[in-house]
Ligand binder design. Structure first.
Ligand code: GDP
Ligand code: MG
Ligand code: K
Length: 279
């Protein structure tokens, strides 16, 4: 059968290892990473005539390359290029978890969201139209309860669908950062696109956003380009332009825009505890 390489990406304690263990049938201990080693675990599983190679990555809140975990996960996605990234989202902490999702969207990769801890969301009595959010993000969302294995079969079916390009929900969306930032992104992107080798390494849009955030490893990637002078010059000009307009560090402008997008999406789809449940 076909081989599908999937990677579990998500915040610490979102339930990645629990899902990994359930899917692979292994009895690895769940628990926090010690912080001493940043590592991943692999397992192979046969299902529905496909061979899945599953990687459990360290937990991370962001892909900004500030911590060894963030750097590890980001490098893994960019160099190993998993066929489908399973973004494990803690349903009881949506805003913070979806921040990472917004960065995966920028990366232009195939993503399926495992809306894990769905039992906790139900217990809270929250009203969450995740199907609507799914449409807005262009990413399929499957509710799961990792600790009970609920939703895991559906998750794998969805992964296959996405891998085979059969899912109608999947769509390449761009988070709209607002006119000024979008203009800066396209100006930088234009320069990046002049170097096909660089484009093969990372999505030009992702790289442009990262350059606006003055991200070290994005700058390092650009350094190796034959076109590095023009790209860096444009990025510098655009950063100055945006900082002048927003009177804020450019990185903050981008972060605010991401949270703005998430808040807007949640406002339309999520209501905390509409009617307190009584027994
Ligand atoms: P990781 O850091 O993302 O690998 O998260 P873990 O797999 O270590 O899970 C963190 C904790 O959440 C563990 O105590 C799990 O038993 C628990 N857990 C995992 N999935 C669920 C779930 O769907 N619902 C509930 N209530 N707890 C879960
Ligand atoms: Mg874990
Ligand atoms: K953990």
């Amino acid at each position: 059968g076909k081989n599908i390489h999937i990677a579990l990406v998500g915040n610490p304690n979102s339930g990645k290892t629990t899902l990994f263990n359930f899917a692979s049938g292994s009895k690895e201990h769940v628990g926090n990473y010690s912080g001493v080693t940043v590592d991943s675990k692999q397992a192979k599983v046969n299902q529905n005539g496909y061979q899945f190679e599953i990687t459990d990555l360290p937990g991370t809140y962001s892909l900004t390359a500030y911590s060894p975990e963030e750097l590890f996960v980001r490098k893994y996605i960019m160099s190993e290029r998993p066929d489908v990234v399973v973004n494990v989202v803690d349903a009881s902490n949506l805003e913070r978890n979806l921040y990472l999702t917004s960065q995966l969207i920028d990366m232009d990769i195939k993503v399926v969201i495992a809306l894990n801890m769905y039992d906790e969301l139900e217990q809270k009595g929250a009203n969450f139209n995740y199907k609507e959010l799914s449409k807005m993000l262009g990413i399929p969302i499957i509710p799961t309860v990792g600790s009970k294995g609920i939703g895991v079969t559906e998750l794998f079916d969805k992964i296959i669908n996405v891998y085979e390009d059969l899912d109608p929900i999947v769509r390449h969306i761009h988070i709209n950062y607002g006119n000024s930032v979008e203009e800066s992104i396209s100006n930088i992107q234009r320069e990046i696109k002049k170097d096909p080798k660089l484009c093969a390494k990372a999505s030009p849009r992702f790289l442009s956003v990262k350059l606006l955030e003055s991200d070290e490893s994005a700058r390092f990637m650009v350094k190796e380009s034959d076109h590095h002078f023009e790209i860096k010059k444009t990025a510098k000009e655009e950063i100055q332009k945006l900082e002048k307009e927003f009177s804020e560090v450019c990185e903050t402008v981008i972060t605010d825009a991401k949270y703005g997008f998430i808040d807007g999406a949640l406002k339309e789809t999520y209501t905390e505890n509409p009617i307190k449940r009584r027994r």
